[in-house]
Design a protein. Structure first.
Length: 287
């Protein structure tokens, strides 16, 4: 597989959409944009080719789904025409775009040194990030928008799976509704986990579709958490941060876990277990 074959494969899978394609040979990117308003997305083909070696057609299925949803939500929307307005918070890295392609600035609040809070208009199977122009149409202040979004994230149902590795407990929040990482803003939810923890509580949001909570009870747990977070970070379509956060009574502190060159970290049984856990999670249906 090379970038040219990947380009052709994606174009074939997306030919049902009312879009145009623009291939940049120098940057090895494929821009896919709507014919009615020119809005679209740009795919870095070289990174998809690299992932294809491990994930085969699964990564193509994910990209096609991502493009279909993104193109769908880029339809010009007048919020005044919506019967039910639902806003949600979404987490992004500080390097994420601060404005859309038309120069409209997104509504953003600082969260941690590693994350910012954006706000999204929920459209059912997808969402659209709220910019300052849309905020005026909604007739909300930024504080009102924040309060409404945080209230809505607390109303989400919360499901998770649990795994134990070398005596450490890992919780994977996998509701698959597009707001898994957003649940890190639900302090009462995290406090419930904190009450269960016997060791140090760490949380991680490597990409937008996962929240990991860990009860670290021994030194091996830190190495496992670092490996697991990096694995999710490199596989996610919208990565956020590869760092974990220490959690203490509502306070998040980004931490950098130094890997230890020891047998516990290199234990193949641990690595296989983590890889199986990640694949099991990512094989679940996504929003």
């Amino acid at each position: 597989m090379n970038v040219f074959l990947m380009r052709d494969k994606l174009k074939s899978r997306l030919e049902h959409l009312d879009v145009k394609f623009n291939f940049n040979r120098e940057d090895e990117t494929l821009r896919i944009y709507r014919t009615d308003n020119g809005k679209g997305v740009t795919i870095k083909l070289n990174s998809i080719v690299a992932k294809y070696k491990q994930q085969n057609d699964k990564i193509i299925d994910e990209i096609v789904y991502y493009v279909e949803e993104a193109i769908g939500q880029m339809k010009d929307t007048n919020v005044s025409e919506l019967d039910d307005i639902q806003v949600m918070p979404v987490l992004r890295s500080p390097s994420f775009d601060k404005e859309d392609k038309d120069g409209n600035k997104f509504v953003i609040d600082e969260h941690t040194a590693e994350t910012n809070i954006y706000y999204a208009l929920d459209l059912g199977k997808s969402y659209r990030l709220i910019d300052e122009t849309m905020l005026e149409q909604l007739n909300f202040t930024q504080q009102q928008l924040k309060e409404m979004a945080l209230f809505n994230v607390r109303k989400l149902t919360n499901s998770y799976t649990t795994d134990e590795v070398k005596g450490n407990i890992f919780y994977f929040i996998n509701s698959n509704d597009g707001y898994d990482a957003s649940r890190i803003l639900n302090t009462s939810y995290l406090n419930d986990f904190e009450k269960q923890c016997e060791g140090e509580m760490l949380v991680a949001i490597p990409h937008q579709d996962v929240l990991i909570v860990a009860d670290i009870r021994n030194k091996t747990g830190y190495d496992v958490m670092a490996h697991l977070t990096m694995e999710f970070f490199t596989k996610g379509l919208v990565p956020i941060t590869s760092l974990s956060f220490g959690y203490d009574s509502g306070h998040l502190e980004p931490i950098f876990i130094l890997g230890k060159n020891n047998k516990q970290k290199r234990d193949p049984n641990v690595i296989q277990r983590l890889e199986a856990t990640r694949k099991e999670y990512e094989n679940k249906d996504k929003k």
